[in-house]
Write a protein that binds this ligand. Structure first.
Ligand code: F6R
Length: 613
């Protein structure tokens, strides 16, 4: 996710910007840029050198004007357009005087860009963000001041944004606004700041304010004034910040893992934004594969490792159900060594958060060598996997720092289910009204995840009671099975306790022999169609002395008969349940690990990216 900083009224403007961008490093970025404003002149430099981008930018700024008192800076995490300098922010308008930085996604950028181009605007990048610079330019040309020009521009765009704009004709002003993407304002005597996160301006600003959705702020050296989108004055809420830098980087959370678990609603919204055209067709800007090729698909093979493999298992149920295509899921490290069959019409989907997992890259290579078309699903733009694949879909989860994958899982499931709906549209295997309802349902999952996160206290109580247990079985049926696998993986890697995920129906075929007092069985019971069967499986383990924890929907009043503890979640469409249900299992693993004193961000023996076989 991109980082934003701005300052007006400073004597060391460039230092403020570069220091702020360095401090935003933990958000992850692939390019960076700044714009400095003096009367009549906007000076810009950008660099795209991966994690070295801010260092490269510092070098590129050697000839920066020393007397600029206003500036904006940005670290970019690519979503639209490759991570190249030309796509890095700030973006300029046609006159080169207006500069804009943006975090978020402009959903209707394609239509807006078309209209702007028809009116003679020239675009320099392929980003969604650049439309904002040209929209501001038009309003300025029509005589609006920068504040009103930004307001007018925001009336045209849909989507998520934290945006800041400067103009050489108002050299001591920054106008910033927010919808969804984070933005704060800070002040100190004679200087005003804005940033996506507190760390960027910690130690510089003395007072901090929160900008809420649909609020616009005009910053000058003397302070700021805020208005709503209609231009009516509003007051910003002051924030009580007494964090040190490390706490600030974690957004006030104790660790990156809890921050990333909490970011899941935002990550889901970003992944699903901008995915449907006006005619209802689901679309992936970045896919690089045309509809004819997708129509020709006869069989789907998913390859992935670890958590990504569990997301792929969920996708099997969705693609088979909605698109009526036969789907196989393979563990990436097994795929290439088993002489796989690739027939004409085989589509291979390689799923990897990092896009650097060697097993998954090798599986994708092997599939291509045998003639398959390969689509990568990755969180990192231009990752090795994304570059090697024929096509790519990006999950826009933002940087995942913690070794244990959380927001990657929910966004992978969302992206893969979106692809399943696209395949269903192209193959006409679902009525348009069903696709529409499912698409809207998928977009609503972010709110259900947020509602689930709000119940953390109830999960913490159960974790505290069971923290001494040493053996856990996670059970589920249908998509509850991959959810159980993922819940078990989270518990074992975070707590070092023995945890196994099983299809509930398989229990009687062996593992039931291990059930005895002291063993904890965690069961996913949220699918109404399989509820009765799950409950009878739970009765079997309870009869043998296990302690039962059920993940159950709010309206389920029969589960308590067989469960010692119930973790409640909002009900959703059965194929969406993994994204909601996993949240309580993530929290359960997290809380247990904390109680056991584990390092939740860096579990022993594990690496975030596995680049050896
Ligand atoms: C578990 C975890 C790992 C990764 C696996 C694949 O929490 O993080 O199991 O899911 O190493 O990584 P990616 O998705 O980067 O290919």
């Amino acid at each position: 996710m991109c980082g934003i900083i701005g300052v007006v009224g400073a004597s060391d403007t460039l230092d403020v910007l570069l220091e702020g961008l360095e401090r935003l490093e933990y958000r992850g970025y692939d390019s960076a840029g700044v714009a400095l404003v003096r009367p009549g002149e906007t000076w810009r430099r950008r660099a795209a050198a991966g994690v070295e981008s801010v260092a490269a930018l510092r070098v590129a700024c050697a000839d920066a004007p020393g007397d600029a008192r206003t500036g904006i800076g940005h670290t970019r995490w690519a979503t639209h357009g490759a991570p190249e300098a030309v796509n890095a922010h700030p973006h300029l308008d046609c006159t080169g005087r207006v500069a804009v930085i943006h975090n978020g996604i402009i959903e209707n950028h394609a239509a807006v860009r078309e209209e702007l181009e028809a009116r003679g605007h020239h675009f320099a990048s392929v980003t969604d963000s650049e439309v904002l610079a040209h929209l501001v330019e038009e309003s300025r040309a029509a005589g609006l001041d920068l504040l009103d020009a930004v307001r007018a521009s925001l009336a045209v765009v849909h989507g998520a944004f934290a945006v800041a704009a400067v103009d050489a004709d108002e050299p001591e002003v920054i106008v910033a606004a927010r919808r969804v993407s984070p933005l704060i304002v800070g002040t100190a005597p004679g200087v005003s700041y804005l940033a996506s996160d507190v760390p960027a301006i910690l130690g510089r600003a003395t007072t901090f304010y929160a900008v809420n959705d649909d609020e616009v702020v005009r910053l000058g050296p003397e302070g700021f004034r805020a208005v709503d989108l209609e231009g009516s004055p509003i007051r910003l809420r002051q924030l009580a910040i007494d964090w040190d830098l490390e706490t600030a980087e974690k957004g006030g959370h104790d660790d990156f893992l809890s921050k990333e678990i909490a970011e899941q609603p935002e990550a889901l919204r970003a992944t699903l934004a901008d995915r449907r055209r006006r005619d209802g067709a689901i679309t992936f800007d970045e896919l690089r594969i045309d509809d004819d090729e997708l129509v020709a698909v006869r069989r789907v093979v998913l390859v992935a490792a670890g958590t990504s493999h569990h997301a792929a298992l969920v996708a099997k149920y969705a693609i088979e159900r909605w698109a009526r295509l036969s789907v196989e899921v393979d563990i990436a490290s097994e795929y290439r060594y088993r002489d796989p069959i690739v027939e004409i019409g085989t589509l291979v989907i390689a799923v990897s958060q990092s896009g650097e997992t060697i097993d998954t890259i090798q599986a994708a290579r092997e599939a291509r060598r045998r003639g398959a078309r390969v689509v990568a699903v990755s969180n990192i733009v231009d990752s090795s996997l994304a570059r090697e694949a024929d096509a790519v879909i990006y999950t826009r989860a933002g940087l995942e720092v913690s070794v244990a994958s959380t927001k990657a899982f929910v966004t992978q499931v969302a992206a893969l289910e979106l692809l399943a709906l696209r395949l269903a549209q192209l193959r006409a295997t679902l009525p348009a009204s069903d696709v529409e309802a499912l698409f809207l349902g998928l977009r609503a999952v972010a709110d259900q995840v947020a509602a689930t996160l709000a119940r953390h206290d109830a999960v913490r109580d159960v974790a505290a009671t069971l923290a001494g247990a040493r053996d856990f079985f996670f059970l589920g049926r249908h998509v509850g099975f991959p959810t159980a696998l993922e819940g078990a993986l989270k518990l074992k890697e975070l707590t070092y306790r023995h945890a196994e995920g099983y299809p509930a129906g398989e229990l009687k075929h062996g593992p039931l022999a291990l059930i005895e007092p002291g063993v904890v069985v965690v069961a996913v019971t949220t699918d109404p169609a399989l509820h009765a069967k799950m409950l009878s499986n739970l009765a079997e383990v309870k009869a043998r002395g296990a302690t039962v924890v059920a993940v159950a929907t709010d309206d389920d009043d029969s589960v308590e008969a067989v469960a010692d503890f119930v973790l409640r979640v909002p009900a959703t469409e059965p194929l969406f349940t993994p994204m909601v249900d996993i949240v309580v299992l993530q929290l359960f693993a997290y809380d247990t690990a904390r109680l056991l004193g584990r390092n939740v961000d860096r579990p022993r023996n594990l690496a975030k990216t596995v680049t050896v076989e």
